[in-house]
Write a protein that binds this ligand. Structure first.
Ligand SMILES: *Cc1c(COP(=O)(O)O)cnc(C)c1O
Length: 425
């Protein structure tokens, strides 16, 4: 779809809403404009295709389909069955897994279903500490995972800021966990799933690898896959995979029945069939050579952006990146992550504050910012743009002057226009 077709596509959608709800239509237009004009560097975000949006906006939203294809609790499921089968078949093709459940509404619910399939309340579970790169659902005290299980968080090494596999092995021998959760939200390095699985299996534990962030790289073979070594692999579908907002769980054949029961009726009711339809579309896109090229560019862009920021004097967690994201460590006496996020936001550059390993600031403030390349790469940006973005970030972070931030925002808008996204507003 070219840009003028995109403009028409969105105008039709927004005008349809406007006829009923002008207030909401105004917000829809403003959000499209915000996405068109800004530089989106949040590592967990991306821009889906009009085909994915169209499937999400389809009549499949009307259908109740509790159960699974050919085994539903409602009549009239013949066409939503087609959508779910397409999503399942393509997911298996992408990841080479024995079994997949495409119904989880989100990454958090994907993880919850694996806990339900494998653990009892009070069981010992290991997860990577949130401030070292893990996710809330990997055992944070405020999350159901932390409230339900006896969590032992594992950390990165202080010297390399990479996962301390030796400490993990010692912890496993000492505490004999039921489940080891691995995978991360803010970890810029390759994760050695095979080693983690070996540590788990030595003590009779199961492994859940959560590849929410790196699924795109795993799908095209540019990050080692956890599928051969781990019993369960969970993911979101909306990050590097560039599909609709949602989750998915893959598992070994032996756990297929337990997993399906955990998702429904264990954790969820009716599946979001319009979202599952959009997952099918996104997986078809991810199976193309174009998508592989896209992921290669995401990685090349992250490497260029990171190198350029380092050359400008910024300290990066673990000293660099192997994947789609990086973390600037602003330092205990530098500006906080929150300040950096606010300031870059005023310059039209969207990032998120993040804690860094062994951070002394609170999570809401943080000493780092997380930066990712999936979204800007979807717009077609390459190495030249990454070098320019690095210079803009550097300028904003080093200036106290609001006028400088505003000037950068103006430059960013012009810059973004050269990489049209969702048609003219
Ligand atoms: C994003 C993320 C999730 C949660 O996904 P939601 O769809 O926001 O619930 C879970 N695990 C990891 C590692 C993530 O990065």
């Amino acid at each position: 779809m070219n840009q003028s077709e995109r403009s028409m596509f969105f105008a039709t959608l927004e005008n349809t809403v406007a006829a009923v709800d002008p207030e909401l239509a105004t917000a829809l237009r403003a959000e499209r404009q915000r996405q068109n004009e800004g530089l989106e560097l949040i590592a967990s975000e991306n821009f889906v295709s009009p085909a994915v949006l169209a499937a999400m906006g389809s009549v499949m939203t009307n259908k109740y389909a509790e159960g699974y294809p050919a085994k539903r609790y409602y009549g009239g499921c013949e066409y939503v069955d087609v959508a779910e089968e397409l999503a399942r078949t393509r997911a298996k093709q992408l990841f080479g897994c024995d079994h997949v459940n495409v119904q989880p509404h989100s990454g958090a619910q994907a993880n919850m279903s694996v806990y339900l399939a494998t653990c009892q309340p009070g069981d010992v579970v290991f997860g990577m500490d949130l401030s070292h790169g893990g996710h809330l659902t990997h055992g944070h005290p405020l999350n159901y995972s932390g409230k339900t299980f006896q969590i032992h968080p594992y950390l990165v090494r202080q010297d390399t800021e990479t996962i301390d596999y030796d400490a993990l092995r010692e912890m496993a021998r000492l505490h004999r966990p039921k489940l080891i959760v691995c995978g991360a939200s803010a970890y810029p390095r390759i994760i050695d799933f095979e080693t983690i699985a070996a540590i788990a299996h030595e003590v009779g534990a199961l492994v859940m690898a959560d590849i929410a962030h790196i699924a795109g790289m795993v799908a095209v073979g540019l990050h080692p896959s956890p599928v051969p070594s781990c019993e369960f692999v969970t993911t979101t579908t909306h990050k590097t995979l560039r599909g609709p907002r949602g989750g998915m769980v893959m598992c070994k054949a032996a756990f297929a029945e337990a997993l399906d029961k955990a998702v429904f009726p264990g954790v969820q009711g009716g599946p979001l069939m319009h979202v599952i339809a959009a997952k099918a579309v996104a997986f078809a896109e991810a199976l193309t050579p174009d998508y592989r090229g896209y992921i290669e560019q995401v990685l090349a862009n992250a490497s260029t952006l990171c190198g350029e920021l380092q050359a400008l004097g910024w300290k990066m967690v673990s000293g660099g990146t192997d994947n789609h994201l990086m973390l600037i460590n602003l330092g205990a006496d530098g500006i906080s992550g929150k300040k950096a996020e606010d300031r870059l936001g005023k310059a039209g550059i969207t990032v998120n504050k993040n804690t860094v390993p062994f951070d002394t600031r609170k999570p809401y403030i943080g000493s780092g910012v997380r930066i990712g390349t999936p979204a800007v790469t979807s717009r077609g940006m390459g190495p030249d743009e990454m070098r320019r973005i690095a210079r803009l970030i550097d300028k904003v972070l080093r200036s106290e002057d609001e006028a400088v931030w505003a000037a950068v925002k103006h430059e960013v808008e012009e810059f973004a226009k050269a990489f049209p996204l969702y048609g003219a507003a």
